[in-house]
Design a binder for this molecule. Structure first.
Ligand SMILES: Cc1cc2nc3c(=O)[nH]c(=O)nc-3n(C[C@H](O)[C@H](O)[C@H](O)COP(=O)(O)OP(=O)(O)OC[C@H]3O[C@@H](n4cnc5c(N)ncnc54)[C@H](O)[C@@H]3O)c2cc1C
Length: 475
C-alpha cells in the first residue's frame, strides 16, 4: 500500500498520479475535510512561472505546473480561468523591477509575456491607478479554486480504487523491515510499503516521525478581503512590483466573479492562527487601493479571512527521499498550488521510479475523467428548464447569492459531503454575499434528511463545530 499523508492540493494530486499506476493508494487526512489546510486560504493564482529564483525547484516546477493545468481542468472538471496577470509599475523606481522580471522570465524559459506601456495597460485595465507607467503582462497566468482541485483529485483516487480517509492524524511511525507501520490518533494503524509526506505546515514534524530532518517550517500569515461580484474592478490579476519576501498585496478576480484583495505577509507563532487583524486588514486596504483606487471596502466586502504559508529559511520546496521508502514533500509555499501538478509528476516519475528504483506500469483500467457537481447557473436557461422537468429539485433555489439549487446540494451529499463546509466547497452554496445567513438552515436540513444524521449531529467542519445543540422548531 502507498500512503499519502495530507489531502491538500499537492497530496491529492500526488495520490492521483500514483493511482494511475497502482490501485492501492490511501490518502490519510488529519482533518474532517479535503483540501482544508493551506489549500483553502490563498490567492488561488496559477502563476506564470516568470519570477521564481532561477535554478530553484520552485522555478522548475511552477512553469511546468502552469502548463499542466489545461489537462487538470479537463480531466478533473475543475475551473481554470486564464485571466492573465499584470505586474504594475507605478513610479520610476518600480520600472526597474519590470526589467528584472523580464530578465528572470528569460532565465526561467518563460516566453509568454509582454511589456505593456501605459496606454495598452489602461485599455485592458481601466480601473487601475492612472499613475501606472508599465506592466509585465503574462497571459498564461490564471485563477482556480484550489480546494476544488484537491476534492476532485481525491474523488478520482476513490473512483479508481484508492481510499481517502478523513480524521486520520498520523502520530507515530515504526519501521518494519522495508515497510512502515503508521499509527493514527484514533488508535488505528496501517502498514505502508511507501509513504509520501505532504502534510503542508506540518511536513517538518511528520518528517521527524520517520527520523528525518527537513527544513524547519514557520507560518507566515496572509490576510485578505473577499469583495462581491456586483462591481467590476479588474479583468486580470493585478500585482504590485514584488519585494524580496512576497509578491505583495494583489487584486485577484476569483473564478466565480468576486475579487480578493491581499495578502499581507507577517510571521506568526502558531500554525493554527488564522485570525484576521485590524492592522493587517488596514494594510491590505491601503496597498490594494494604491493599485485599484475604485475598490469599495465600505459596501462591497463579503468577508475577511487569513491563510498561513509554510515558509522555510531556504525559501525553496524541499522534495526528496528520506531514510527508507518515504518521500518528504515539504516547504510547499507559494507557488505551491501552481506547481502541484508538476510536483506530482516529479514525485512519481523522478523520485519513485528513478531515485527509489520502483518500476511502475500504467494501469489499463484507469479512469482519467471525473465529473463534478454541475453548476446549473452556468448552463443556459433552456438547459436548466429541461433539468427542472426531469428533477424538480433543480428548480428549488437554496443559496440565493450563488444560485445553487437543492439538486446540486443533494448531488454533493451523494458524492460524500457530510458537513456544511463540504457542501460549501463542493457547490459554492453559502459562499456568497450573505455568507449563509439565509441558506445554512436549509442546507443543514437537507444534509440531515439525505444522510440520516440528526440536525444536531451536522457539523460546520471539524469535530465540535455543531450548529444547533438540541431540538429546535421545524426548519
Ligand atoms: C496567503 C497565501 C497565498 C498563496 N497564494 C498562492 C497562489 O496564489 N498561487 C500558488 O501557486 N500558491 C499560493 N500559495 C501557496 C499554496 O497555497 C500552497 O503551496 C499549497 O496550498 C500547499 O498545499 P499542500 O497540499 O502542500 O498543503 P495543505 O493544503 O496544507 O495540505 C496538507 C494537509 O496535510 C494534513 N495534515 C497535516 N498533518 C497531518 C497529520 N499528522 N496526519 C494526516 N494529515 C495531516 C493537513 O490537515 C492538510 O490538509 C499561497 C499560500 C498562502 C498561505
Amino acid at each position: 500500500m502507498i500512503a499519502v499523508i495530507g489531502s491538500g492540493i499537492v497530496g491529492s494530486l500526488i495520490a492521483r498520479e500514483i493511482n494511475k499506476y497502482i490501485e492501492d493508494v490511501f490518502i490519510f487526512e488529519a482533518r474532517n475535510g479535503i483540501g482544508t489546510g493551506v489549500t483553502k486560504g490563498n490567492s488561488g493564482i496559477i502563476h506564470g512561472g516568470y519570477d521564481d529564483t532561477p535554478g530553484s525547484l520552485r522555478s522548475e516546477l511552477c512553469y511546468k505546473g502552469n502548463k499542466l493545468y489545461d489537462e487538470i481542468s479537463q480531466e478533473l472538471s475543475v475551473e481554470v480561468k486564464r485571466v492573465g496577470s499584470h505586474v504594475v509599475a507605478l513610479n520610476d523606481e518600480e520600472l526597474k523591477a519590470i526589467d528584472e522580471l523580464e530578465e528572470r522570465a528569460i532565465q526561467n524559459g518563460v516566453k509568454e509575456y509582454e511589456i505593456l506601456d501605459k496606454a495598452e495597460l489602461l485599455e485592458m485595465e481601466p480601473n487601475l491607478n492612472k499613475s501606472a507607467l508599465k506592466s509585465f503582462y503574462c497571459p498564461i497566468a490564471g485563477v482556480t479554486e484550489p480546494w476544488e482541485v484537491a476534492m476532485q483529485a481525491s474523488k478520482s483516487v476513490e473512483i479508481n480504487g484508492g481510499k481517502v480517509l478523513k480524521n486520520k492524524k498520523l502520530v507515530e511511525v515504526k519501521k518494519k523491515d522495508n515497510k512502515f507501520e503508521l499509527f493514527f490518533e484514533d488508535g488505528s494503524s496501517y502498514i505502508a510499503d511507501l509513504v509520501i509526506n505532504v502534510a503542508g505546515l506540518y511536513a517538518d514534524e511528520i518528517a521527524k516521525l520517520f527520523g528525518d530532518e527537513v527544513p524547519y517550517i514557520f507560518p507566515v500569515k496572509g490576510e485578505y478581503y473577499l469583495l462581491g461580484k456586483d462591481v467590476k474592478y479588474a479583468n486580470s490579476v493585478i500585482f504590485p512590483t514584488p519585494s524580496k519576501l512576497t509578491k505583495g498585496c494583489l487584486v485577484v478576480p476569483t473564478v466565480d466573479g468576486g475579487y480578493l484583495a491581499g495578502p499581507t505577509a507577517h510571521g506568526v507563532k502558531s500554525k493554527q492562527d488564522l485570525s484576521t487583524t485590524q492592522e493587517g486588514l488596514l494594510e491590505v486596504k491601503e496597498k490594494s487601493l494604491r493599485l485599484v483606487p475604485t475598490l469599495d471596502f465600505s459596501r462591497n466586502v463579503v468577508k475577511t479571512f487569513a491563510g498561513l504559508r509554510p515558509e522555510t529559511k531556504e525559501k525553496d520546496f524541499h522534495i526528496d527521499v528520506g531514510g527508507g521508502n518515504v518521500i518528504h514533500v515539504s516547504g510547499i509555499r507559494s507557488p505551491g498550488l501552481t506547481a502541484a501538478p508538476a510536483i506530482a509528476k516529479y514525485v512519481v516519475e523522478y523520485l519513485i521510479q528513478e531515485k527509489l528504483h520502483i518500476n511502475l506500469e500504467k494501469r489499463k483500467n484507469y479512469i482519467n475523467h471525473i465529473e463534478k457537481v454541475s453548476h446549473l447557473v452556468e448552463e443556459d436557461y433552456e438547459h436548466w428548464k429541461r433539468v427542472i422537468q426531469e428533477d424538480p429539485d433543480a428548480g428549488e433555489m437554496i443559496c440565493y447569492c450563488n444560485k445553487i439549487t437543492k439538486k446540486e446540494i443533494k448531488e454533493a451529499i451523494k458524492n460524500g459531503a457530510r458537513t456544511l463546509d463540504d457542501v460549501k466547497f463542493a457547490t459554492r452554496a453559502s459562499f456568497g454575499e450573505c455568507q449563509g445567513s439565509f441558506c445554512i438552515p436549509k442546507i443543514l436540513k437537507i444534509i440531515s434528511e439525505e444522510t440520516g444524521l440528526k440536525p444536531e449531529e451536522v457539523l460546520q467542519n471539524e469535530k465540535g463545530s455543531w450548529i444547533i445543540n438540541s431540538e429546535v422548531r421545524a426548519i
